[in-house]
Design a protein around this ligand. Sequence first.
Ligand code: IFM
Length: 451
Amino acid sequence: MKFNVTKSSFGSEFIFGAATAAYQIEGGQGPETGRGSCHWDTFAATRGNVVGLESGAVACDHYNRWAEDLDLLQAGGFDAYRFSFAWPRIMPTGKGALNQTGLDFYDRLIDGMLERGLKPFATAYHWDLPSALADEGGWMNASVTDRFADYCSVLGERYGDRLASIATINEPWCVAWLSHAMGIHAPGHRDLRAAARAMHHVLLAHGKGVQALRASFPSGATTDVGLVLNYEKAEPAFDTDQSRHAAAIWHALYNQWYVGGAIKGEYPATMTEALAEFLPAGWQDEMSTLAQPLDFLGVNYYTRARMAALPDPGFPALESVPGPLDKTQIGWEVYPQGLADILTWLHKDYTGDLPLYVTENGMAWADTVSARDGSVQDQQRVDYFDSHLRACLDVMAKGVPLKGYFAWSLLDNYEWALGYGPRFGLVHVDYESQVRTPKASFNAFQSMLTA
Ligand code: IFM
C-alpha cells in the first residue's frame, strides 16, 4: 500500500513528522520516577469517566521504551517528532520544586532525537494538569496562568537550545469547553461559568507562556514558539436558517474563539455576549497579553461537525448530527476538504504569512495484527492520510504557507475518555507485551519519505 502523493511535491523544506502526547504514551508513574499526580489520574480513577476505568499509568511504557520509539521514527524517514512534556513529571505539584529525574528523562529524549536526526517539536501542555493546581481550581483560577508561565520558563531555560519548536498548549478548546462545559475530559465539569473562565485563562496562559519561553531561552536559541489549535469544519446539518445559525455558533465557539484571541486579541462578539456573565472580570484588559507574536500556528484537524438547532433557550442550543460520509472507528466522518477549507480560512482571515503546520491528523480504526503474517493492514488509514495530504498540496498550490505535517499518532495510545479501544497509531501496540508492530500506514510513510 502506497500513497499517491510524493514527498518531492511538498518541496525540500517541508517537514514530515508523527505526534504523541505524554499522558497518552509515557506511563512511568511509579514513585521512583518522581512524577506527581495529575487531574487525568484521578478523573480516570472515578467510575463513569473513562471506558473500563483505564488510565495512563502504563500506557505504551514510552518512559522506558523511548529509544525503540525514536528508532521507529528514524526508520520511517520522518524529519521530526512532536511530543509533549508532562508538567507533573517536571514540577510534581505544578509549582516550585523540580523533579530532577523527570528533567533528565526529557534530556535523554531530546538528545535521542537529535542523535537520530529528528527535529524536536515540543508541546508544553497536553492536558496533564498537576493535581495540586487542580485542587486550586485549575483552569478556572486565574493563578494557573502564572504557574504555567513559571513552568514554561523552566522548559525554555533547560531545553530551549535543543528544540526546533515549542507550542504552549495543545487544543485549548478541549482544555476549556470539552472539559468544563461538556464534562467529557478532566476535570469533568458541566458548567458555563467554569467553561468561560477556562476559555479565557487557557489563552491568557498561552500568552504568558510565550513571553516566559522567549525570555528564558539560552542566548542564541532559534526555537520557534507557537500554539496548537484544533478545528472542526462547522457545517449546517440541514438546509435551514436554524441549522446555519447553529453552525455559525459552533464555528465561533470551537474555531474562532481561540485563533481570534491568540492572533488578533479579539473574541467573537456573539460569544462574549452569550458568555458575558460568566467570563472573569476584566478579561478585556488582558487581550493584548493573549495576542503575542508567534512563529507558527499548529492546526489539528480530524473531521467536520454538522450542526442542527435545538429548540430550547440554553446556550449553545445546538447538537451535532451524524453525516453520510465514511466514518472512522469512533464515528468521525472522513472529510479532507474540511482540512483544505480550514487552512485556507485561517490563512486568509487570521494568519497571513505566518507559517502553518498540520500538527495532528489521523484516524482511529480497530486494527488487528494478522495471525497469518504478523502484519497490520490498515488500508482505510492509508487512504485517509493520502486524501488529507492531497488537501495539503492543494492549498499549498494556492499560496497557503503550510510548512509541515504530523500524523497522529506514532503509536496506538490512550485515547482519553475512550481508553485504549480506539487505535490511532501508525504503529500497533500490544498493551500486554508492549510489542510494537508497524502498520501498512507506517510503511506507506516510510516508502514515501525514504524513496
Ligand atoms: O488523541 C487526541 C489527542 O490527544 C489530541 N487531539 C486529538 C487526538 C484524537 O482524539
